[in-house]
Design a protein. Structure first.
Length: 214
């Protein structure tokens, strides 16, 4: 168990990524997706152990179904004397909340027991909903293709989160290069990060409107 690790890595030795705002983000972080195979409390325990091992970047998302328990761990850490600015907390806007960004962000803040997020990502560029536990090959009946003007309505709400101090940076996730170019051509806040899932068992391909997100 990560919680039993007695030795770890010096956080200062972890590579950093410089953002255009001047902020520095740890290049290595703990992903907290596990809702397809791991209990939420087990993920929260992994967060606790990962911090002990030297992790300072934690990648969360509302759809993972464990932010409330992870928030308990974050609160424990802060009460024990850990400085908030030593942590980098990321969360993500889920597909069915593209029209209610402020509400979704505030819920994640409440669950994570944080006053602000370091990074908030649009989890997928398509505002389509899939039921929990659906098969990866399933397609939503109401799926529709990417519509840039609709995405920009969501992005404007994301920008307001920065203006209100609820998040420090905003970015994208699972977004292809052509779509990113459309966003970068807009007179708007640049995405601080463009997250893309890569692993030996799962490759991100050109996304389709009915593809279940992860």
């Amino acid at each position: 168990m990560l919680a039993e690790i007695s030795e770890g890595v010096d956080p200062a030795a972890v590579p950093q990524r410089d953002l255009y705002t001047g902020a520095r983000m740890p290049a290595l972080g703990l992903g907290t997706f596990g809702s397809d195979h791991t209990r939420p409390d087990a993920v929260a325990d992994a967060v606790r152990g990962a911090h002990q091992a030297g992790y300072r970047h934690f990648d969360c998302a509302a759809v993972y179904g464990n932010e409330d328990l992870i928030g308990v761990v974050f609160e424990e850490l802060l009460r024990s004397g850990v400085r908030r600015d030593s942590l980098w907390i990321t969360s993500k806007l889920w597909n069915d909340k593209h029209d209610s960004v402020h509400q979704a962000c505030r819920q994640s803040l409440t669950d994570l027991r944080m006053d602000y997020l370091d990074l908030y990502l649009v989890h997928w560029p398509f505002p389509n909903w899939h039921p929990p536990g659906c098969a990866v090959e399933s397609r939503a009946e109401n799926a529709r293709p990417y519509i840039h003007k609709d995405f920009m309505k969501t992005w404007r709400q994301m920008e307001e989160l920065v203006d209100r101090g609820l998040v420090r940076h905003i970015g994208t996730s699972n977004m292809t290069i052509p779509k990113l170019r459309l966003l970068l051509d807009e007179p708007s806040t640049r995405p601080a990060r463009a997250q893309c899932r890569r692993s030996r068992t799962a490759e991100v391909v050109e996304d389709g409107p009915g593809r279940p997100p992860q």
